[in-house]
Structures are given as structure tokens and as C-alpha cells.
Design a protein around this ligand. Sequence first.
Ligand SMILES: Nc1ncnc2c1ncn2[C@@H]1O[C@H](COP(=O)(O)OS(=O)(=O)O)[C@@H](OP(=O)(O)O)[C@H]1O
Ligand SMILES: Nc1ncnc2c1ncn2[C@@H]1O[C@H](COP(=O)(O)OP(=O)(O)O)[C@@H](O)[C@H]1O
Length: 215
Amino acid sequence: MSEAQQKATNVHWHEGAITREDRHALLGQKGCTVWLTGLSGSGKSTITVELEKVLVMNSRVCYRLDGDNIRMGLNKNLGFSADDRVENIRRIGEVAKLFGDLGVITTTAFISPYAADREICRKLHEDAKIPFFEVLVDCPLSVAESRDPKGLYKKARAGLIKNFTGIDDPYEAPAEPDVTVDTSKLSVEECVGEIISFLQSRDILPKDIDLKKKP
Ligand SMILES: Nc1ncnc2c1ncn2[C@@H]1O[C@H](COP(=O)(O)OS(=O)(=O)O)[C@@H](OP(=O)(O)O)[C@H]1O
Ligand SMILES: Nc1ncnc2c1ncn2[C@@H]1O[C@H](COP(=O)(O)OP(=O)(O)O)[C@@H](O)[C@H]1O
């Protein structure tokens, strides 16, 4: 599984007249990517939905990229083979980088099971000088399976879904995530609070974020 090589030849970067700084000044914020990774049912979607609410309530421009949703559009031509998962994550890394260039705080909720692919996304961001933070949404397989919010583990155990992550497909947890939230021990609000605190410690967010602000 190696980084995709560029196929097209005779292509040239075309510089714009508006800079990233111009865009960030317009939005009043800098972009970054908050990359959640974890088993199906670990809590990625639930956390990013709540995180987005807190960010938007505190006047931050944020966008949520979610595995199931993206697989109904941009990545509808991809399945769950190893090669397709690599391409899935590569495209999401590129999209998140573009949003970061725009100045958006992007959250991603993909299993993203392969460490090498997440590293490629990190490097893509680092090369573009856009902050990239990896969040391990941690939870024992037994807990994720007991939640089974979409009934997929049951189907996988019955052999109705092949190559299901954690059952008959690998999940490589990050060795050194920027943040770890254990969803078998913390509430959704506590997980969101941990991520917000981390972003504050990195000066992505101001200190006065109100976690309970309502519309
Ligand atoms: N074989 C198999 N393995 C894992 N997951 C499966 C599979 N088939 C379908 N699903 C559903 O697809 C969601 C995972 O999509 P992702 O794009 O996040 O996967 S990956 O990052 O490319 O591995 C995953 O969503 P989450 O449960 O939110 O993680 C499942 O709803
Ligand atoms: N601390 C927590 N964080 C996120 N989800 C939690 C937490 N505790 C319990 N849950 C529950 O676990 C399930 C996680 O499902 P989901 O967010 O779809 O996971 P994923 O997107 O990783 O597949 C939801 O039913 C959610 O209510």
C-alpha cells in the first residue's frame, strides 16, 4: 500500500492572487484537521456531531466528513477491500487539506484502519503547513460490538459481511495519537471536552469556548 503516484504529466501548479492568509483573515480563523480513527461503533460519528455543534455555537466554521456519508457520494465507487480503503482515506486526506487551506476546522470520522495511510494524511498536511491532529476513539471491540448501532457486527459474525474491521479485517491503532478518548469510560460530552481542551492547548481555539452554549 504505497502513496498514490501522479498519473498525469504536463500539469503545472497555477498560483492564485488570493493567499491562504487572505482567506483566513476573512473567516477570522485558521484551518486544521481533527482526524478521528477507531473501530466501527467506537463513537467517531457521535463525537464529531457533538464537536461540530460546540464549534459552530462558538462561531467556528467547521465541517464534518463522515465515512458512511462520503461513501454515498464522493467515494461511492469504493468498497472495503484493502486497496479501496487506502483510496478512501487518500481522498479524504486531500479533501481535508483543501478545507484546511480554506480555513475550516475539519473533523473526519473514518475507521481509517491502516497506520500508513493516516501517516500519509499527516504528511500531506504537514507539507502544506496545515495542523493535523490524530484522535484515537478508543473502545474495546467487545464494547463496540455490544453497541452495534447498525447491526453490522451481528451480520459480520454471521458471515453476511466479509472483511469487517475488527472481525476479519485488521485495525491498526495509532501508537502515538495526539488525543485518546476512551468511550467505554467517558461520556460523549467528556470526549468532546478532551478534544476541545487539546485544540485550546494548541492555540487552535480560544480559551473561552462555552461547551454548553445553545442556539
Ligand atoms: N466491511 C466493513 N468494514 C468496516 N465498516 C464497514 C464495512 N462494511 C460497511 N461498513 C460501514 O462503513 C463504515 C466505515 O467506512 P469508512 O469509510 O470509515 O471505512 S475505512 O476507513 O475505509 O475503513 C462503517 O461506519 P462506522 O460504523 O461509522 O465506522 C460501517 O457503517
Ligand atoms: N463516550 C462516547 N462517545 C461516543 N459514543 C458513545 C459514547 N458512549 C456511548 N456511545 C454510543 O456508542 C455508539 C457509537 O456509535 P457511532 O458514533 O456510530 O460510532 P462510529 O461512528 O465509530 O461507528 C452510539 O450509540 C453512542 O451513543
